[in-house]
Design a protein around this ligand. Structure first.
Ligand SMILES: Cc1ncc(COP(=O)(O)O)c(C=O)c1O
Length: 396
């Protein structure tokens, strides 16, 4: 599989068009993915659960093929991949699926979970809800680069720790956690390791079987697939992870995730995974060079600019920058030509300040002066140079 020569609309190269620099929020659907999905909205509309006729068989075969493509991307077996509505559901399922299972096995035994202070909100809030349901949860601090330190993890482990959950690649700052090393600690202590790999899958090579990951969440729309589809990897042996379902009903996904399968979405995620797998090495190198050019140009143009996150252990497509003295609230009207994400945003009437940037030690003021710039498949040199110029011109 090769990269498509077709460019998705909305990522136009025309000189006066806005530049999309928010690939970590979502990626455009790759045209090849879109074309592969199309027949499953039209002639192949069947329900994979319809075992009595060809419409059902065609849909079932398509989902099976996609499961294999997704499994291959992460180094799992097909039967260990369970499709969900996205990474939010997968994250919630890992936490509550385990909590309810453990409760069922022993209603009075104490349960301890470990996570960090800079997880995605679907882990932060699910863990907080698990706490309300009686689990003990530790939110471990991270270092100034955004990595959770192995010694901090070792110290937090208790005899009744059952699950650790750490983000693989941070969505805001791009820092990569040492998941293989954390997996060893988890194994030594017979604790399940879940990782939110939404920003890691398709971007860094991984083999969950060999790395010793037990549960892993990821999503279609961060890998040039559609929104509304994702997956939870559930280790099938050594150890076999037992989770309760989050959704009860028709018994799809081998009884663990009910609901008619989103066949077009699943087909799209499968093809998206296959393209990522085939092009990852080259694409990562290209993006790293582009990101480094972007950073170098920004530093030349903007004195005092700072980069957040780990200097080397970080995603190849991301720059999180602080522009001291320039609040993004004031800057945004002058950045209409750029699609970027800010460290603080106005949520429902109130200012929401990034818990990730606060978690790595930035002051509220610094967070308010921070911007995330994320590159992707259709980013190129002309765009990053133009974006650097637009950013510079906005600072006055
Ligand atoms: C790290 C991380 N986890 C989880 C999610 C949620 O993914 P989804 O939109 O598929 O629910 C996101 C998306 O923003 C993410 O970046």
């Amino acid at each position: 599989m090769e990269l498509s020569s077709e460019r998705p609309m909305g990522t136009s190269l025309q000189h006066d068009k806005p530049i999309y620099l928010d690939y970590n929020a979502t990626t455009p659907v790759d045209p090849q993915v879109y074309h592969a999905m199309e027949p499953y909205f039209k002639e192949y509309f069947g329900n994979p659960a319809s075992a009595a006729h060809q419409w059902g068989w065609i849909a079932e075969n398509a989902a099976t093929k996609a499961r294999g493509q997704v499994a291959s991307l992460i180094g799992a077996k097909s039967m260990e991949v369970f499709f969900t509505s996205g990474a939010t559901e997968a994250n919630n399922w890992a936490i509550f699926g385990l909590l309810t299972k453990l409760r069922e096995e022993n209603p009075t035994a104490p349960i301890h979970f470990i996570t960090s202070t800079i997880e995605h909100s679907s882990i932060m809030k699910a863990m907080a809800a698990a706490e309300k349901m009686g689990a003990e949860v530790d939110f471990l601090p991270v270092n100034s680069y955004g990595q959770v330190e192995l010694e901090t993890i070792r110290k937090a482990i208790k005899p009744h720790t059952k699950l650790m959950s750490f983000i693989w690649v941070n969505n805001e700052i791009g820092t990569i956690n040492p998941i293989p090393e954390i997996a060893k600690i988890a194994k030594e202590n017979k604790i399940y390791l879940h990782t939110d790999a939404t920003q890691a899958a398709g971007k860094i090579p991984m083999n969950v079987t060999e790395m010793g990951v037990d549960l892993m969440s990821f999503s279609g729309h961060k890998i040039y697939g559609p929104k509304g589809v994702g997956a939870l990897y559930i280790r099938g042996k050594d150890p076999k992870v037992q989770l309760n379902p989050l959704l009860h009903g028709g018994g799809q996904e081998r009884g663990l995730r009910s609901g008619s399968l989103n066949v077009p979405g699943i087909v799209g995620m499968g093809v998206a995974a296959e393209i990522c797998q085939a092009t990852m090495a080259e694409e990562c190198k290209r993006l790293r060079e582009l990101r480094d050019l972007f950073w170098q140009t920004l530093q030349e143009k903007i004195p005092g600019i700072r980069m957040n996150g780990h200097p080397t252990e970080r995603a190849s497509n991301l720059l999180n920058i602080t522009l001291p003295g320039y609040k993004t609230e004031g800057l945004l009207p002058r950045l209409q030509k750029l699609g970027v994400s800010t460290g603080s945003a106005c949520g429902t009437g109130a200012m929401v300040v990034s818990h990730v940037l606060r978690g790595i030690g930035l002051s509220v003021d610094e967070v308010q002066c921070s911007i995330r710039l994320s590159l992707g498949r259709w980013s190129n040199e002309e765009e990053v140079l133009r974006a650097a110029e637009i950013l510079k011109n906005a600072l006055h």
